[in-house]
Design a protein around this ligand. Sequence first.
Ligand code: ATP
Ligand code: MG
Ligand code: ZN
Length: 281
Amino acid sequence: MPDCAICNGTGWKPVEVDGVRRVERCDCWRAGVASRLMHEARIPPMYARCTLDNFYEYENDGLREALKHARKFVDSFPAVAKGLCLIGPPGIGKTHIAVGALRECILRTSTRGMFYDVRELLKTIRSTYNPVVRTAEMDVLRPVMEAELLVLDDLGAEKPSEWVEETMNLIVNTRYNERRPTIFTSNYEDVPEEGELNSLHVRVGFRLHSRLREMCEFLEYDGPDYRNMPPNAGADDLYKLWKAQPRRKLPVRSQGQVRAQLKTPKHEKTDLKWSGGRAGS
Ligand SMILES: Nc1ncnc2c1ncn2[C@@H]1O[C@H](COP(=O)(O)OP(=O)(O)OP(=O)(O)O)[C@@H](O)[C@H]1O
Ligand SMILES: [Mg+2]
Ligand SMILES: [Zn+2]
């Protein structure tokens, strides 16, 4: 800070260790770095205040497990073997936990972190896409592929297509090869049933799904939609609402609609599964 009384704006402060005088980074410099990294992380303003500490915990084993793993991830970062994949219905705080973990990693270890909603990311890449010179496209992709920690929010929400699959595979595969951790969130459950078109593996493709299983801890949980809660609702209200309502299912969409989207004829379903089984290994 230009007006810092300790370092006079130089970013270095004099210290004396065992009678030897030297300089070290001033706290104002560290604060400046943290604030720059937070700004560059692109956390949406809606989630600007989300932390792991202000996330309400209640009698919900899945939710507790998710929060516990997020805390463990932050404590071990950057020495983490796997990222996280938070799965469940809307409004249960998946993005909140993902942002909370991202923020803490940035602040604790000066991590170059980045948040992207998958649909927004693909839209941005599409808008820069140039089939001849791929430089503009790489301007968007490179920071995403190289971020020390990446949050990819709402995986599977994008309309599936070959281009989407290819682009997502490129991003995730690059990060996987470079051992860079990623935190994903998704509404799509990881069900093994072959016929379930609303499952994660059908929504993201079998290759990406297989990578995800290798590179992430899967944390599926259920709960009430916090967005339906009255203002200032707390843990007790969440617990009551959750107990009062039955478990909600995946976003409801008729199978016909999904099939049309995927452009996969009914009789090809089994082939799809097999090709996925071979890829990604
Ligand atoms: N247990 C909780 N404690 C505190 N705030 C919560 C909790 N669960 C959700 N919220 C808040 O509710 C809002 C919705 O949560 P969030 O966006 O994280 O849900 P989501 O699971 O990502 O939903 P979607 O699947 O629709 O993306 C956010 O403002 C979040 O901070
Ligand atoms: Mg979300
Ligand atoms: Zn200073």
